[in-house]
Ligand binder design. Structure first.
Ligand code: SAH
Length: 377
């Protein structure tokens, strides 16, 4: 067992089985042993690769989206440029470089990074040093000073903990992490069902309730409605609803058992975009998308940017650019273009946003099917 596994087993022995939510939170965020707190997990030598690490084109296009959004907002100054969970800081560095085409944007922005990991904060500082900008770090979105904001979150919501419930003959019972007879970690179910959950579903169905994601989205939407701006969320996930266990553990580019290596493997979930839109619906905002990442990047000019990069490049560089373009935009095995989705939330004045061809909708009036706590039959 890993050191964190031993600590979690001790906690369970003392306090009883813990929620999947607490288990994920400890695995990722434990101050000493938490996965993100102790390492830089990105890249070919790490555990997984994200879009900004695949190609500079990703961050550049997001940067141009931010510039375009700022112009649609009426070019306010100052404006907060906020990134949630910036990883190595690569997306922000590429975005700031691309945004040089509009110097007034660079003059107007103040850069704020929301990051809990001290290791990754140091990495972000190193990556962004060349930008020459003052950067402010925060532990939570609520700490970002007020004012109009443009917020970007790539592969952020998939890293937030969630609760799981299983439909048993007794009702919806929370899935818990407990101990088996040998003292190892094992999944089980709470004895008592959750009275507030009354969705109808076949026995064995699993429901995920992403409370932390909803809390962050709700806070962001309230801020955007009151102070203006937009947020862009890019992540793997589904357009809404449905049942199923999406919790995965990844180490060295392969799936591993979720309970086998606490603190040593990354844990992620698929993002339920309908649930995120519902979390925004308490505020007067517009929701754009979700659209497939491939379509979004295509609309922002991925093919043109790839052609420009390849034009004067050596053959191997040109081939790498073409491969990255394919990986970011196409479906199929290894492709991110279909599995990854892009959704934006904006204040009510921003009816159109680049990359989303239809105008935003008010989430409470949107077409998405409502599922969730208390909505069922
Ligand atoms: N956006 C980056 C990294 C994605 S990994 C990229 O695309 O490469 C998830 C990031 O979110 C990491 O930087 C991690 O440390 C951070 N993170 C995880 N939980 C967080 C939380 N609760 N608050 C702030 N940042 C968090």
């Amino acid at each position: 067992m890993t050191p964190l596994g031993r600590e979690i087993a001790r906690l369970i022995a003392a306090e009883g089985p813990m929620s999947v939510e607490r288990y994920i939170a400890l695995c990722l965020g434990h101050p000493v042993h938490g996965y993100y707190m102790t390492r830089d997990p990105f890249g070919v030598d790490g555990d997984f690769v994200t879009a900004p690490e695949i190609s500079q084109m990703f961050g550049e296009l997001i940067g141009l989206w931010c510039v375009d959004t700022w112009q649609r907002m009426g070019a306010p100054a100052p404006v907060r440029l906020v990134e949630l969970g910036p990883g190595r800081g690569t997306l922000m560095a590429d975005a700031l470089r691309a945004a040089r085409v509009v110097p007034a944007f660079l003059d107007a922005i103040q850069v704020h990074l929301v990051e809990t990991s001290p290791v990754l904060r140091a990495r972000q500082a190193a990556t962004l040093e060349a930008s020459g900008r003052a950067i402010a770090w925060h532990g939570a979105i609520e700490e970002v000073p007020e004012g109009p904001a443009i917020v970007v979150a790539n592969e952020f919501f998939d890293a937030l903990p969630l609760r799981q419930f299983v439909r048993s003959p007794r009702g919806w019972c929370e899935r818990l992490v407990g101990l088996d007879e040998a003292g190892g970690l094992a999944f089980g179910l709470a004895a008592e069902p959750e009275p507030a959950l009354r969705l109808s579903a076949p026995e064995g169905a699993l429901l995920e309730v992403a409370g932390a994601s909803a809390q962050v989205m709700g806070a962001l939407a309230a801020r955007i409605a009151a102070q203006g701006g937009a947020m862009l969320a890019i992540d793997y996930g589904h357009a809404g609803g449905g049942f199923g266990d999406t919790l995965q553990a990844v180490r060295r580019h392969a799936f591993v058992d979720v309970l086998a290596e606490p603190g040593e493997a990354d844990l992620t979930v698929h993002v339920d975009f309908a649930a995120l839109a519902r979390a925004a619906a308490g505020s007067h905002v517009l929701v754009h998308g979700p659209v497939a990442q491939g379509a979004f990047l295509g609309a922002l000019g991925l093919a043109q940017r790839a052609a420009a990069l390849a034009r004067h490049a050596a053959q191997d560089v040109a081939a790498a650019v073409a491969a990255a373009q394919k990986r970011l935009s196409e479906g199929g095995p290894g492709g991110m273009g279909e599995l990854f989705k892009v959704m934006a939330v904006s204040d009510g004045t921003l009816a159109g946003l680049a990359g989303f061809d239809s105008p935003g909708r008010h989430p409470e009036r949107g077409p998405s099917r409502r599922i969730g706590q208390g909505d069922g039959a």
